[in-house]
Design a protein around this ligand. Structure first.
Ligand code: DNO
Length: 394
């Protein structure tokens, strides 16, 4: 198949085990050494040990998601120079183990964010959802972030107030945990005070400045990645707009073109996440693949369904607002282009991103969005779609 089927695995504590993943039909593993503190060098021995474990289960570690970028690098404060050196050393160590695709993000403070992790779908399965009223209620009435009320419309503030007033104590705790405890793969969790402080550290950093910091990061890291033979691929913002007054700079095609051109090297690439980019109606996903396909080193496939207020939930992989047929066709065309250019590494690793909680997932404690059966359904559907389109293209 043109896309290498991969699966995100959170390490030995993940309730979805390597043996399960093999049965799902994936051949590649996407993982990280989550036990290593953010900013520290990943030692070669630790990488090899994890790689061996994956190999013993008949699978291959093909993508790192993620080598986290330390907050000091994003703000260019404190010991950012040391963290940059550590980052480069980690890339060199990964390359020494022949792991050559590294996903990362440049979202300030929080990685991906949702307000509801168990949003019921009509068929009884549970989805992840992002809702502005819940976010504003948390921001203004629980976090009490200075100036937060000026960032929402009066209507949204009024809705947020009545939503908050109706929430009982367990409901409030749940909302705080959903937003701040750190979704799977995130680099940390916060309490209200820490989170307010972390947001404050961006008071003097607007989107333009954060973009400059991202370019500095790329200028430092990409030459090392390129000479080690590692492809870096930035993950877009999720959701793809500013939240909590924090700048976000990888949300649109303009952002992508600016950052890929800023350091115009194939090692400076993109994780094409259809769920993140697709949460904005103004992102033309198939067009982005046509125009930037040669810089896509890793693919996350999932769909969202938006409403007019900018809220969204995660739909089944072939439903919602993402036109998965056109996305898949554009991706397969990109693979054809690679083949015709004689590129030996034409297969692009793809993983089914997130999945509903369904069937047996309901009785298990798992990582939100990373259910076994929900993702199995996603991968199966995507694989079928790929095969169908591939046959008509050739
Ligand atoms: C969420 C993930 C993100 C992603 C990071 C990449 O499900 O797609 O957490 O791993 O943003 O650094």
């Amino acid at each position: 198949m043109a896309l290498q089927q991969t699966w995100r695995w959170f390490g030995p504590d993940d309730p979805v085990q390597l043996s399960d993943i093999r049965q799902a039909g994936a051949t590649g593993i996407v993982t990280a050494l989550h036990q290593i503190p953010n900013g520290a060098v990943w030692p070669v021995e630790d990488i090899r040990e994890r790689q061996q474990l994956i190999k013993q289960n008949g699978l291959e570690w093909v993508v790192v998601e993620s080598v986290p970028v330390h907050e000091s690098i994003k703000t260019r404060t404190g010991q950012f120079e040391m963290y940059l050196e550590n980052y480069k050393q980690t890339l060199i160590n990964l390359a020494a183990c022949d792991i050559r695709t590294v996903c990362y993000n440049f979202m300030p403070v929080l990685d991906w964010t949702r307000t509801d992790l168990e949003y019921p779908m009509p068929d009884g399965s549970l989805a992840l959802r992002f809702d502005w009223i819940a976010l504003a209620a948390f921001d203004v009435f629980m976090l009490k972030r200075p100036g937060a009320e000026n960032e929402y419309t009066e209507k949204l503030l009024a809705d947020a107030r009545s939503y908050f007033e109706k929430l009982d104590e367990p409901g409030r705790e749940k909302l705080q945990k959903t937003i701040l405890a750190g979704l799977p793969g995130s680099e940390g969790s916060y309490d209200l005070t820490d989170f307010n402080k972390a947001c404050e550290s961006y008071n003097q950093i607007d989107a333009e400045k954060l973009k400059r910091h991202l370019v500095h990061f790329l200028e430092e890291v990409i030459p090392t990645a390129a000479s080690a033979g590692v492809n870096m691929c930035i993950h877009p913002d999720d959701p793809p707009f500013s939240i909590f007054g924090l700048p976000r700079v990888v949300s649109t095609e303009d952002d992508v073109s600016e950052l890929l051109r800023s350091v115009d090297d194939p090692a400076n690439g993109l994780t094409f996440c259809t769920g993140s980019f697709g949460a904005r109606g103004d992102n033309d996903l198939p067009g982005m693949i046509e125009r930037w396909g040669d810089r896509i080193h890793f693919i996350h496939l999932r769909s969202t369904e938006r409403d007019v207020r900018g809220n969204f939930f995660e739909a089944n992989h072939l439903e919602g607002d993402v036109d998965m047929f056109r996305v898949m066709k554009a991706l397969l065309r990109e693979v054809q282009k690679r083949k015709s250019k004689g590129n030996k590494h034409w297969a692009i690793p793809m993983r089914p991103d997130h999945g509903h909680k369904m069937l047996d997932d309901m009785h298990k404690k798992g990582n939100p969005g990373y259910s076994g059966i929900g993702r199995l359904r996603g991968l199966a559907e995507l694989r079928g779609l790929e095969m169908g389109i591939e046959r008509t293209l050739s």
